[in-house]
Design a protein around this ligand. Structure first.
Ligand SMILES: OC[C@H]1O[C@](O)(CO)[C@@H](O)[C@@H]1O
Length: 474
């Protein structure tokens, strides 16, 4: 997915000239003495980058019905197919309309995949390793970003100005791999039970656990599934008071994930580096380095999440990001000031900024990045899990859209204060996690209500007199 927006920045001269001639004319008229904070401020460009997320937002809402009615696997297949078709259309685009149609299809693909994959992973994983397995989803996103940056690095060197077609169209490969890979999967036992496929569900559970005696777990799942069937309308149900604590997290976690400011670096790393006076090649190289850090640090999260827990990673990652944001603010303020005109930039400055950015990205990649998907996917009971995941994806997409859309304007107006804005957000979200998030590590997914019931802030939402509270159906 990442291929789609980054190509605009790397090979954008040819791309802009073809599709957005006005922006192109503005871009080539910028002089080195102009305000560097504002040289990339263009709504048309950011709209292209961010429009995909609107489509993803719409499709994630529809996807909840499909994950419930047709299963997680089918939703994933739709996702892969939409994505592959969108990539092909984009690769061959000759005008803006085709480009937009391609992006909308890519957005559908992302919406469907983000809705179904985290739930699927959380459902099939043994609870002791649920964290690590769920994070494979975020790991594949970081691989996507890394491959996209690598591809852009090489296609930028292609003569003749058509390399962008390869970058955009190349996304067909992961789309098809994802689609075809689904043929080798069966659905999660939870999803099979949800659709009354009892026998298949049991066989599937035995297969994924690698043992014959799955009686206890199967009974728990079947009970949860029975409780889930009593719920006619999950969208209405999720708004009832008993799900308030989880709902708050389903909304705030993806919101906070985007307010870390990470996507500013993902989408605009090379633009940022260019604004700071790095040459074209150095900018692409730095974007590559930061995506390698992103990938490696996600591996750290996989290795630690089920050992140290979600809270520890959230809090450590938050502190690390905060310190780096402060370093970036001070160094950029000292060189660029408010005029945005730094003069000659010394090597130590560039090194400092790249290092701060890498440490910041590592902090994000082992905390808010993966946990932003993991925690919402594991805190809800089955009856509303799909609806809740749609809300999480929708909020994520809305704010990914907003960040992508307003970043260049924010940089132009807030200047180095942009990093202060994100730093303040990180402080707020870390306090929120510290005070309100119960630890979910090592808790079987069907017993999750217990951790909410025990938390001093949330226990009042769970009335004990009805023993069915564990199923979340008070
Ligand atoms: O690794 C960075 C990526 O992680 C996310 O925050 C969550 O999946 C994306 O929005 C972002 O592009």
């Amino acid at each position: 997915m990442i291929l789609v927006f980054q190509v605009v920045l790397h090979q954008w001269i040819f791309f802009l000239e073809k599709f957005f001639p006005k922006v192109y004319r503005k871009e080539i008229s910028v002089k080195p003495s102009d305000d560097q904070y504002c040289k990339f401020d263009s709504q048309t460009l950011t709209l292209f980058t961010s429009s995909l997320y609107l489509a993803a937002l719409l499709s994630s809402m529809t996807a909840s019905r499909i994950t419930r009615g047709l299963g997680r696997r089918m939703t994933m297949m739709f996702g892969g197919l939409f994505f592959a078709i969108g990539a092909v259309i984009n690769g061959f685009a000759e005008n803006v309309l085709t480009l937009i149609i391609g992006r909308v299809l890519l957005g559908f693909g992302i919406g469907f995949a983000n809705q179904s994959v985290p739930i699927y992973l959380s459902e099939i994983a043994p609870f002791k390793y649920r964290g690590a397995l769920n994070i494979m989803f975020q790991l594949s996103i970081t691989i996507g970003i890394l491959v996209a940056n690598l591809l852009n690095y090489f296609t930028a060197k292609i003569e003749g100005g058509w390399g962008w077609r390869l970058s955009l169209g190349g996304a067909v490969v992961p789309g098809l791999v994802f689609f075809l890979g689904c043929f080798f999967l069966t659905d999660s036992p939870n999803s099979l039970l949800e659709r009354d496929k009892f026998k298949e569900a049991k066989v599937q559970l035995q297969k994924i656990r690698g043992i014959d005696n799955v009686e206890e777990e199967f009974n728990d799942l079947a009970k949860a599934s029975e409780a889930a069937k009593l719920v006619q309308n999950p969208w209405k149900e999720i708004l009832t008071r008993k799900y308030r604590p989880q709902l708050i997290f389903a909304i705030l976690i993806p919101l906070f994930q985007q307010l870390t400011g990470m996507n500013v670096f993902v989408f605009y790393a090379s633009v940022l580096f260019k604004s700071m006076g790095f040459g074209n090649n150095a900018s692409l190289m730095s974007a590559l380095i930061t995506s390698i850090v992103n990938f490696c640090a996600t591996l750290v999260s996989i290795a630690t999440v089920d050992k140290y827990g979600r809270r520890t990673l959230f809090l450590e990652g938050g502190l690390q990001m905060l310190l780096c944001q402060l370093v970036m603010t001070v160094s950029i303020a000292s060189k660029f000031g408010t005029s945005g005109n730094p003069g000659e930039l010394p090597l130590w400055f560039s090194m400092l900024v790249v290092i701060a950015m890498c440490v910041y990205i590592a902090g994000f990649a082992w905390s808010w990045g993966p946990l932003g998907w993991l925690v919402p996917s594991e805190i809800f009971p089955l009856e509303i899990r799909s609806a809740a995941q749609s809300i999480t994806v929708a909020v994520n997409m809305i704010f990914t859209f907003c960040i992508a859309q307003v970043f260049t304007t924010m940089l132009c107006n807030l200047k180095f204060g942009l990093f202060i804005f994100f730093a303040v957000c990180v402080v707020g979200m870390s306090i929120f996690i510290y005070k309100f998030l119960p630890e979910t590590k090592g808790v079987p997914i069907e017993e999750m209500t217990i951790v909410w019931k025990k938390h001093p802030r949330w226990s009042k939402y769970f009335v004990e007199k009805d023993s069915s509270f564990e199923m979340g159906k008070i």
